[in-house]
Structures are given as C-alpha cells and as structure tokens.
Design a binder for this molecule. Structure first.
Ligand code: UTP
Length: 638
C-alpha cells in the first residue's frame, strides 16, 4: 500500500418506502402521464470499509478473503469485464465510466471489511460502486458532490448485467433518511428532519427471491401498459405511493411514529393488492407475510413491510422503542432463526448551545487591546452603542440559543461580570431612558445564559474549542468567533438561517461566503458543487489560504458550469465527532504552527462523516484587524 492513502466508508442502504418507484419514475422519459417516483431511503449501519491510493492500474483487493482484481485503466477492457457480470463487474463498470469521462489513471482500493449482507435488498453492489466512484473522486479531485458520485456509481452499475435503479446509490448519502424523487432521468434529493428517533429492525427471511424476474414482470406494465393489472401497478407505484410517502414524511417530521408505522402497513397492502399480482410467483411471499402477521412482532412494532424489490428477501419492522427493538432482534435471531440487524435513525437535535472563544491576544488590534479586549470594542447597533460581544450574543440568543459558553482569558472575568451580571447603580438607573433601562434588563437576562471557561495557555482556536467538550455534552453546538459580526440581507438573522439549514442537514456545518478569486489566499476555502437554487453544498475539500492560480485549477465550487470561491464566514455547527478529534490531537500533541488548529480536525470529520457548507443571505463584519473594524463600525451604523 502506498503511503498516501485515504480511508473510505460507504454504508448499505435501506429503502424505507417507495421501492420500485425509481425505475417506474424513469419511464416519464417516454410517457409523461406516469407519476414521478417517490422514495424514502437511508444508509444503514453496515457498510464497506476501505483504504485507497493513487495507482497506474485499477486494483481492488479484499484483505478478508485475499480475492483481488487488477486491470489496466483501459476503457474497453474494463467495460468488457463489467458487461460479463460477476464479482468484480461492478467495480470495473464504474472504473470504465470514469475512464471514459475523465481519462485518468487508476486507483488501488483495499477493502478491509464488508458488513452488509449480500443480496438482501440492502444494496451491497451499489455500495461497491459508490466506493469506487468516491475513491476516484477524492484521489483525483474530480469535484463531484454526493449526487455526482451517485450518478457515476449508477452509470457503472448499469454497465453490468445487474438492473439496479437510482435508488440503490442513495447509500452515498450515509446514515440519514432522504426523500428521492425520480422524474425521468432527473433525481431530486430532499433532506428529512427526524423529530423523534426511529428504531428499525430488519431481518433476512432465509429464503430466496429472484429480483431479475420481479423487475422483468413489473416492467411489463410500463411504459404504456393498458390492462387492468398494468393500470393497478402504475397506480400503486405512482399516485398511491406518492401519497403514502409524502404522508410518511409528515409523520417523521412531526414525531408521529405510530402514524408512520400505520403507513408502512398501508404501503405493504398497496403493494400486495396492486403490484404482487403482476409477479405472483415471487411476490406472494408467504414467508414475509407469516412474519408480518406474527403476533409477537406486531405487539412490539408500529409498522412492518418488505424491503427492496420485496418478495421473500428481507423484512423491515419499525419497533415501538429501543427496548422493543432489542427484543425484536433477539426474537428474529433466537426464535425464528433469522439474522437480524438494527438501525436507529437519531432525531435531529436542535442546536441550543453556543461557544464563543474570546481568549485571544488581539495583537492585530494593538495597542487598543492593551486596555480593551477585542470583544468589548464598540459598535453602534440600532442607535445603541454596544460592545461587539453583546451584539453577537444578542443575535444568537434571538436565533434560539439557550446556553452560551465564553472561553476567556482568566484576567478578563471581572469585565464580563461587570457587563452581564453586576447591577448598575441607582444613580445610573435614574438617568437612563426607559428604552435603555429595558435594554439593561435584557443584558441581565442574557447574563443568566452564559457560562465561562478560562483558557490558561493560548494554544489556538482548536484548543479553545476543545475546552468546551463537557459543555457540549455530545450535543451539536454553534461556534461563533468572538471577533466577527453578521449582517443579514433577509428578515432572518444569519445565525437563524444557519440553524434552520442544520435542522435539515443534521451534519457538521460551516457557513461560507463568496469571495473573488484574487482574495482566496486570505481565507480558508471550501469546495464542492452547488445544485441549482440550493443555498448549501456538500464540502468535498477544505484548504487554508490557497494560491489563486492553483485555486482556479483545484479549489473552486462548481455552480452551473461556473467556478466560484467560498470562504469560511465565521459560524460553525460542530458535532460531537469534532470534539473527539480535537481531544485526540491534543493528547497526541499534534500542534500546527505552535497551535492546535480547528481546520484539520474539521477536515478529518468531513472525510468520514461529510460536511455541509451553508451560504447565508448576509455579510460577515470582522473586528479582528484595524481596516476591517473601521468598515464594520461604518456598516453597523447604516
Ligand atoms: P484570532 O487568531 O483571529 O484572534 O482568533 P486573536 O488571537 O485574538 O487575534 P490576533 O491574531 O492576535 O490579532 C479568532 C477567535 O478565537 C479566539 C480569539 O479570541 C478570537 O475571538 N481565540 C484564539 C481563543 O479564544 N484562544 C486562542 O488560543 C486563539
């Protein structure tokens, strides 16, 4: 293995609702009377673990069975292997498409572990395809976002004899439910917010199903099927499926788990009544139905249905709670002798905590910082002159933050207490206008939400943030820098916009703003691809202060064939993983330029779990250097 390798993980995927609607929706290319396909899909816990590095050839090796595949990066050869089918055809199919589209060299992928059960409707083949696409994307900087990886994986898989739909590649998105909408060749992806945790169990029915036969029979009802049976199939996978899926999303987003369970049962009934008659040999599925009607399983679950192409392959059950999930798994394994897996989709936690590091020395603002901390520099906000830190906390509290942790220099505590906790004298009270008196009581309210942590040694932003691990307590937290303010161009503050975006994405997030190419060397730059009309993108690369010429080649974000450059805007939503990486770096004394940096920790989490860049409608106003502060002061007064 070469030294420069990257770690990769791609999970299997579970179609919770709307199986078969992906290929059915594709027929809109030829018959626009067919309804779009709607499906709820999620990545699962099980997946493929691998490492990859650059290579002259295309090589894939399994370390667990010593099976391996090697081929020159030759389009015709790879395509032939893919078309012939077999174990390595999926990987070869994707490599062939990559060669055709990008004409690049190969990669070496070492697969260390595969925990997805094969041929059980959980898309192990799609996961291999996504893994290959992701390895090429990351190693050759192809600038593909997740949808791009998914499309490449799909093109690779359909080069093989396997007839997958686009739904299978949803494993590219990781363990979170998404709504996929299939309209001809287009696929839309929408995030789903999970209000209350969902506890699934899925079990291998220990039987056999013939997916090729199922797909062959059902496809006969398309694109212009005219018999009553054809119409029933089209109605079930079209209009009825759409209604059930959209209703299910409402339940998931409102925390109505029982309602969602009922819809799973309704979806199975819809399938049994209208779709199964088109392929009775495979879809009558006696074993599946025996399990669906098992009284013990019914007692412990809200909903039950088949998985994937349906048939007697796999069953999925929505348990009533965590205990029921455990009991169901035991029952499947010990009483029914069926291998069972659990999948828990966590509720999207609202961000209620924020951390603000303000312990820095502020040397760029010397000598004023000899007597005034940067956080106390004045700005005029709506006619009131306030210290910067007050403006900042005011914005985040109004956006819904309930607890704020300030990381301060121990010597500054007195100043903060004076501002946020000490009562003003009666003399001052008697002289203040009613408006300012009211504002003073608001400051006291804010004071009750603040806790302080002292940073003894100035070991950098990463160090300052790591001190808040206990404060975060495993919850996602907002991080805002103490020397920046945000001016919104909409009726929602930048922080409120950002928190709303996180509620949908539920991933490590950074707010970003567009900067001209010539300025990229001043900022941390985030790269990805923005889908039309989107205000966020999946980050595929982060780089500190790149050279503008190199940035044009490598460090841009694609938007409708244009190259754009996005710099860190100053607000972050950190997940627990970030604190774990920071702690590891500190334990290993991994200093960069004498400090513990946050960027490298964020990048490590991005590689494993993904990261979202959000583009707020607004601008960032810096107070960290003289010129920026001058501008901020003027902008704030406007
Ligand atoms: P900066 O590096 O921009 O601020 O950190 P600084 O160190 O105060 O300023 P200069 O570079 O000396 O002029 C961004 C934010 O992180 C805090 C700073 O207070 C600032 O709000 N910070 C930085 C800490 O709290 N601790 C640190 O060790 C470093």
């Amino acid at each position: 293995m070469k030294e420069n390798y990257i770690d990769l993980f791609v999970p299997g995927r579970l179609c919770i609702m709307g199986e078969h609607s992906d290929w059915a929706g594709r027929y809109r290319n030829v018959n626009n009377k067919i309804e779009k396909g709607y499906a709820i899909v999620t990545g699962i816990e099980e997946g493929i673990y691998a490492k990859a590095s650059l290579s002259d050839k295309f090589v894939v090796k399994n370390t667990f069975d010593n099976n391996f595949f090697e081929c020159e990066m030759d389009y015709e050869k790879l395509k032939k292997i893919a078309e012939d089918g077999g174990y390595w055809s999926y990987a070869a199919g994707v490599a062939a498409c990559i060669k055709e589209q990008y004409n690049i060299n190969g990669v070496e992928i070492i697969i260390n572990k595969v925990t997805i059960p094969e041929k059980k409707g959980l898309s192990s083949s799609a996961a291999i395809c996504v893994l290959v696409a992701r390895a090429f994307n990351n190693l050759y900087n192809l600038h593909l976002n997740i949808i791009g990886e998914m499309n490449l994986a799909y093109l690779g898989e359909i080069t093989t004899p396997s007839r997958c739909g686009k739904l299978d590649q949803a494993c590219a998105f990781g363990k979170k439910p998404i709504l996929m909408v299939f309209d001809g060749d287009k696929t839309e992806i929408h995030n789903i917010k999970v209000q209350k945790e969902l506890y699934f169990v899925f079990a291998d029915l220990n039987s056999h199903k013939d997916t090729i036969r199922i797909l062959g029979d059902l496809n006969r009802s398309y694109p212009f099927g005219t018999s009553d049976m054809d119409k029933a199939v089209q109605l079930a996978l079209g209009k009825k499926n759409k209604e059930i899926v959209l209703e299910s999303i409402k339940c998931i987003e409102n925390g109505d788990i029982e309602g969602f369970g009922k819809l799973m049962i309704k979806a199975q009934e819809n399938f049994d009544q209208n779709v199964a008659p088109a392929c009775p040999v495979e879809l009558t599925s006696p074993i599946l139905h025996k399990v669906l009607n098992d009284s013990y399983i019914k007692e412990l679950s809200y909903g039950r249905k088949g998985v994937g192409s349906q048939g007697d392959g796999t069953v999925q059950v929505l348990a009533k709670d965590a205990d029921s999930q455990k009991l169901l798994q035991e029952y499947f394994e010990n009483k029914l002798g069926m291998k069972a897996y659990t999948l828990t989709l966590p509720a999207t936690k609202p961000v209620k905590k924020a951390i603000i590091p303000v312990a820095g020395n502020g040397t760029r603002m010397f000598p004023i910082t000899k007597c005034i901390k940067k956080a106390f520099l004045p700005v005029v906000d709506k006619g009131i002159i306030k210290p910067v830190i007050l403006c900042l906390i005011e914005e985040i509290v109004k956006a819904g933050i309930e607890e704020v942790c300030l990381i301060i220099d121990a010597g500054d505590k007195k100043e903060y207490d004076k501002l946020f906790n000490e009562k003003i004298s009666n003399e001052v009270v008697s002289k203040l206008s009613p408006e300012l008196l009211e504002y003073e009581s608001f400051i006291q309210q804010i004071g009750k939400k603040i806790t302080y942590i002292c940073q003894e040694e100035k070991l950098g932003l990463g160090h300052a943030v790591s001190l808040c691990e206990d404060f975060a307590g495993g919850d996602p937290v907002l991080l805002v820098l103490g020397d920046q303010l945000y001016k919104s161009f909409s009726n929602k503050s930048c922080t409120e916009q950002f928190l709303n975006s996180f509620a949908k994405n539920n991933k490590l997030s950074i707010s970003v703003c567009e900067v001209p190419q010539e300025d990229v060397s001043k900022y941390g730059i985030l790269c990805g691809k923005i889908e039309k009309n989107n205000d966020s993108f999946d980050v595929d690369k982060m780089v500190e202060k790149p050279n503008p010429i190199i940035a044009e080649e490598k460090y841009y974000t694609k938007y409708q064939n244009k190259k754009k450059y996005y710099a860190v805007f100053g607000e972050y939503i950190l997940t627990d993983d970030v604190f774990k990486v920071l702690r590891k770096n500190i334990d290993n004394k991994k200093l960069e330029n004498g400090e513990y940096q946050i960027t490298s920790a964020l990048d490590e989490v991005r590689e494993k779990k993904g990261m979202v860049a959000f583009i707020p409608k607004g601008e960032m106003l810096d107070v960290g250097n003289v010129k920026a502060y001058q501008n901020t002061f003027i902008e704030m007064t406007k």
